[in-house]
Design a protein around this ligand. Structure first.
Ligand SMILES: *[C@@H]1O[C@H](CO)[C@@H](O)[C@H](O)[C@H]1NC(C)=O
Ligand SMILES: *[C@@H]1O[C@H](CO)[C@@H](O)[C@H](O)[C@H]1NC(C)=O
Ligand SMILES: *[C@@H]1O[C@H](CO)[C@@H](O)[C@H](O)[C@H]1NC(C)=O
Length: 407
């Protein structure tokens, strides 16, 4: 009985030790919302259903931190070293770009003095932050007061956002044998490797799908991690911040170990997809632009049509005018030259100063092809008056008796 209990205790101790051992080597192929091994601070959260770690939530002057719950502890006999590989993405929110993010190693999880913006939620302007930190920053804003080299760089920071070493974001392509620039805030997943052995800290990055470059982007040989964190116990994680402009900072996958040899591979195929609200927004705004354009076109067209319509109303000839002009036309095309009005008469007819002689389809010279000679006196007035009755409009379709002669 006692033996059994002892065995049980030994077995349990073994399990706890084994799990503790395991916890210094871990890999996340995406993040589970219910996973308590990731401790979240401030605006950091694991997006439900997306399995993605988001550091800041696209609101201004935020900071968000996420770190592995358990401290990484090195036994006195153990060399202090680590290797990490993570996949992150910085996604624009609209047109602006905010501040970047950092991988950090710290002596504590208490960042009460830390500030957002260019301080990454890890440091502060006076340098008085009580938390001692080693950070690898992915910086997308140029702040001259912290001597940033540009607005797209990677730097190694110790207790300050003024980097010990920094370089424009790029990677060495072994395939092409040259350096290739990387746009950090492209929204595309970026792989970052950080290796620390002895006092050497190396940082490499590459787009997703690339091998780890054979040459690091940054290499500093004077990093004493035990001195920085003042001990052999440390926390590891990520921090991001926003200022007046914002950016979405995502971590898709993360592998960490005390040594490169025991570092587990990230399963790229299992990584969550980067949410692209900005692209959606752009798409939406483009659609909206098109719709607005169409609307503007329609409104303009409507205004133009209304304008033309009103002008037409104002400029419209009365039916009498139209009739008069048509009649003058008919008179002028009379096959009998003598029957055609003179220019002076035309003007007078059109102006309405002089009453026009009435015409109808079978008036002499109208509607026939052979010229005919007649004298206006041959027309009897009654027929004219009959046709010029008040039903002017019907004049050309009404056949009245032709009283004239001349056929
Ligand atoms: C963002 O996070 C902050 C801090 O956690 C919170 O106060 C704020 O309401 C959040 N904003 C949005 C839009 O989720
Ligand atoms: C850092 O990079 C240098 C140069 O490529 C290499 O010699 C060294 O082994 C690397 N160290 C680590 C810890 O990866
Ligand atoms: C690093 O710093 C610790 C504590 O200050 C010191 O004991 C150790 O010798 C240093 N290591 C190296 C390689 O300088």
């Amino acid at each position: 009985m006692i033996r059994g209990a002892l065995l049980g205790i030994i077995w349990m101790t073994y399990c706890v030790c084994a799990s503790f051992q395991q916890e210094t080597t871990f890999v996340y192929n995406g993040f589970d919302q219910g996973d308590l091994s990731i401790h979240l601070q401030e605006s950091a959260k694991i997006l439900p259903k997306k399995d993605i770690l988001q550091l800041t939530n696209a609101t201004t002057t935020q900071m968000g931190r996420a770190f592995f719950e358990q401290p990484i502890v090195f036994k006195p006999s153990e060399p202090v070293s680590f290797s990490t590989h993570f996949v992150c993405a910085l996604v624009r929110v609209g047109e602006v770009r905010g501040h970047g993010m950092a991988f950090f190693v710290s002596h504590s999880t208490d960042f009460k003095d830390a500030e957002p913006t260019r301080y990454f939620g890890l440091f502060n302007p006076s340098g008085s932050a009580s938390t001692r930190v080693l950070a690898v920053e992915l910086d997308i804003a140029k702040a001259s007061d912290v001597q940033d080299i540009n607005d797209n760089h990677v730097g190694i920071d110790v207790n300050s956002p003024k980097s010990l070493v920094a370089a424009p974001a790029s990677y060495f392509s072994d395939k092409e044998g040259r350096k290739i620039g990387i746009e950090l805030v492209s929204g595309e997943p970026i792989q970052v490797w950080v290796d620390y052995v002895g006092t050497r800290l190396n940082v490499s990055l590459a787009p997703l799908g690339n091998q780890k470059p054979s040459r690091p982007l940054l290499s500093s040989k004077s990093i004493n991690l035990t001195e920085i964190v003042q001990g052999r116990r440390m926390f590891v994680g990520f921090s991001g911040s926003t200022g007046s402009s914002v950016v979405n900072q995502y971590v898709l996958g993360w592998s960490f170990s005390k040594s490169l040899a025991s570092l587990q591979k990230i399963d790229i195929s299992r990584l969550p997809k980067v949410p692209h609200p900005s692209i959606k927004n752009n798409y939406l705004s483009r659609v909206l632009d098109v719709l607005l354009g169409l609307l503007a076109f329609l409104v303009l067209g409507l205004v133009f049509w209304a304008y033309m319509y009103r002008r037409n109303l104002y400029a419209e000839f009365s039916s009498e005018d139209v009739e008069r002009v048509l009649k003058v036309g008919l008179l002028c095309t009379n096959l009998a030259p003598d029957a055609r009005p003179s220019m002076e008469q035309v003007v007078q007819y059109i102006n309405g100063n002089v009453a026009m002689p009435e015409v109808w389809p079978d008036s002499p010279g109208i509607g026939v092809l052979t010229p005919m000679v007649f004298s206006p006196s041959q027309h009897s007035l009654p027929s004219l008056s009959l046709c010029s009755s008040s039903y002017n409009n019907s004049m050309f379709i009404t056949h009245t008796v032709f009283h004239g002669s001349g056929r």
